[in-house]
Write a protein that binds this ligand. Structure first.
Ligand code: PRX
Length: 645
């Protein structure tokens, strides 16, 4: 496969960027010529950010799985599409060729159809990192069902909320999932999520861990039985086929829930054609993918990174995508490097939190590992500190692999700001330049563009984007108004990212972190309001306030200030009870790292919690707390300062 739109020099980047801004329709229309369409578009782009309404390739018809699979079959049927590395290194690796992937996806499509799933239905997928998860995602896309993958670390309550919000009628899950030396009982979590649920018609269960499960007659069915039945149906005259549904360019492809600054996670909706183009274009350009390369993205498909850079981006480019079931530190902290050596990985894409965690084991786990196959290494999910950047550069990339620092969000579908490996310069801790089609702008609180640089030539501001790129979210599921107020209303006419950024004189961007009440814990977004709601569910909790604080490995940790007047007064036990409550309501990822019991919270006279002060205290600042004169009761600050944990 060739990629005529791959940028190969800095001059070409500049020229393409220019073209993409001056004539977006011409530019993206040209890129789109490289895909398979049942019918071409009437209009490349129509948009306004007021409603918002964004339509790319209006009138076009396609199926994304034909682009990710069928079109490769004539030339690459035997090429590995997915290489699966199991949690336990002693277990057999699975190599899924494009031919095999085609068959499995057709089978899933048939299985879903047999069970009553139709175009437009929402299917919740709650699985571990097994190839069947990729088949499930693509099987949904083949029949036009909307997948909503929920990360395996979310609790039953979180699943129940998501099922309700998406009005899902079908679930695909596993008996359990392996994670290092642990087994996560996924089906049992689903059972808890379904207590009292009346909308779910079928739960399809794939056997991975042989964890005992309850199977409810008429509702719960085995993946293996259903797939075997489907296999006979899709095989005719020695050929395998399941006709892909014809989708509109703007038909929703999937929902993925993510946290915002208000209580409940929102269902970010991506549509078909724009998302396909954007993941493919950024995959090919940021990582400079060359046919035959092995791409290893360490994310979980439960997050956007896995959707875009394990499944849709690589497969639409006919690439080989390595999928890993385990964790970086089991059986030991050399796991990633063993995988790189074993599979001769060419591109490794991971998160700063993983790098920092592996850094803490020193360089012993790297000794003797052959990492010479690596050509490009990348990071995503949070700002990468310079120390981690240099460690990655020296020990993993051996100073010969460009590092791509890719900034993007669930809502943006794929990378918006990143250097292109070896083509545009890498600068430690800077995401650097915008992708073609992306027009960033830094604004002040009132939405006015910041143009004044400091003495180092740096401009600061809140990061917004002026115009749509193909992969921008289209709505939040079931609540378009929420999409408008969250992203398009703060600064009218602009998409607001929620991040702060710096810009240098050459136009490079450095992302400084969230400017709203969203935390970034190990590269995962968690809203403070969401955690507070969960803590407040504990029967003894009167009120709580949650802020982030710098954490060596996670980037940010969760610090909770809690007013408690419950029954038990033994602090360590109460802390555990609160943690368990948060685990049950959201999932273990949202458990506070620190809980401080307080008798009051710093509030303004109008009752607003002054988080700025709490943030400073959590960070260890006890002197310069800023203006505290508007506080209702300044004495409470002294008490909190003295009780830091
Ligand atoms: O704050 C930014 C941070 O992660 C947020 C998006 O989180 P999520 O939707 O979960 O997607 C993560 C994977 C794309 C952003 O608002 N972020 C992501 N990448 C970077 C980053 N911050 C700094 N540098 C990055 N490269």
């Amino acid at each position: 496969m060739s990629y005529p739109y791959q940028i190969t020099s800095f001059e070409q980047y500049q020229a393409d960027y220019q073209k993409s801004v001056e004539d977006p329709e011409g530019f993206w229309g040209n890129v789109a010529e490289n895909f398979e369409w049942r019918k071409k578009w009437d209009k490349v782009l129509e948009w306004n950010f007021t409603e918002p309404r964004i339509e790319w390739f209006k009138g076009a018809k396609l199926n994304i799985t034909e682009n990710c699979i069928d079109r490769h079959l004539s030339t690459m049927a035997d090429k590995p599409a997915i290489i699966w590395e199991p949690n336990n290194p002693e277990e057999r690796v699975r190599v899924v060729t494009y031919q095999r992937l085609h068959k499995r996806v057709c089978q899933v499509a048939q299985m879903l159809t047999n069970n009553g799933v139709k175009k437009g239905d929402r299917v919740c997928i709650y699985m571990g990192m097994v190839p069947e998860l990729a088949y499930a995602v693509l099987g949904c896309a083949r029949i036009g069902a909307i997948h909503s993958v929920v990360f395996g670390g979310f609790s039953a309550q979180s699943i129940a909320d998501r099922l309700y919000d998406a009005q899902a009628a079908f679930i695909i899950t596993c008996d359990g999932a392996y994670r290092g030396d642990k087994v996560i009982p996924l089906k049992s979590v689903i059972d808890d999520a379904l207590i009292g649920n009346r909308t779910i018609k079928k739960v399809i269960v794939y056997t991975r861990t042989r964890t005992p499960v309850s199977m409810i007659k008429g509702r719960d069915i085995w993946w293996e039985d259903e797939m075997e039945h489907a296999e006979h149906q899709i095989e005719k005259d020695g050929k395998v086929s399941f006709p892909a549904a014809e989708m509109d360019a703007e038909d929703p492809l999937f929902i993925l829930y993510t946290s915002g600054s208000t209580g409940k996670p929102k269902g970010v909706v991506h549509s078909t054609a724009g998302y396909m183009l954007w993941t493919n274009y950024t995959f090919v350009n940021v990582f400079q993918y060359k046919p035959g390369d092995i791409h290893f993205c360490t994310a979980d498909i439960g997050w956007i990174t896995g959707h875009s850079y394990i499944v849709y981006g690589p497969l639409s480019a006919g690439a080989t995508s390595l999928m890993f079931e385990g964790i970086p530190t089991w059986p030991d902290a050399g796991r990633f490097w063993d995988i790189v050596e074993k599979h001769k990985v060419n591109c490794l894409y991971t998160a700063p939190t993983a790098i920092r965690s592996l850094m803490s084991f020193g360089t012993n786990p790297i000794q003797g590992k052959d990492l010479s196959s690596l050509k490009v290494i990348g990071t995503v999910g949070e700002p990468i500190n310079e120390e981690a950047w240099h460690w990655y550069d020296e020990n993993i990339g051996k100073k010969r692999c460009p590092i791509v620092d890719t900034w993007w969000q669930t809502e943006t579908g794929a990378c918006l700001i990143s250097n292109l490996a070896g083509v545009t310069p890498a600068i430690p801790s800077w995401a650097s330049l915008p992708m073609p089609g992306v027009q960033p702008i830094l604004v002040d609180e009132n939405g006015n563009e910041n143009t004044t640089a400091d003495e180092h030539g740096i401009i600061k501001g809140n990061l917004c984007i002026k115009a749509p790129w193909p992969g921008i979210l289209r709505t939040t599921y079931g609540d378009h108004e929420r999409c408008r107020t969250n992203y398009f209303d703060t600064y009218p006419g602009l998409y607001f990212t929620g991040d702060g950024a710096l810009k240098d004189a050459k136009g490079n961007y450095r992302i400084t972190g969230r400017v709203d009440d969203v935390l970034n814990i190990s590269g995962h977004r968690i809203g403070t309001a969401e955690v507070e709601n969960a803590i407040n569910m504990h029967s003894g909790v009167v009120e709580s306030a949650v802020v982030g604080y710098p954490h060596d490995i996670k980037g940010q940790g969760i610090y909770a200030f809690v007013i408690y007047n419950g029954h038990h007064n033994e602090e360590s036990l109460t802390r555990q009870d609160i943690n368990l409550t948060v685990s049950k309501i959201i999932g273990p990822i949202a458990k506070p790292d620190k809980i401080q019991f307080v008798t009051g919270l710093p509030k303004t006279r109008s009752g607003k919690i002054m988080r700025r002060i709490l943030r400073k205290i959590a960070e260890g600042e006890t002197v310069n707390l800023g203006d505290t004169t508007t506080l209702l009761d300044p004495a409470v600050v002294e008490e909190i300062k003295n009780g830091r944990v």
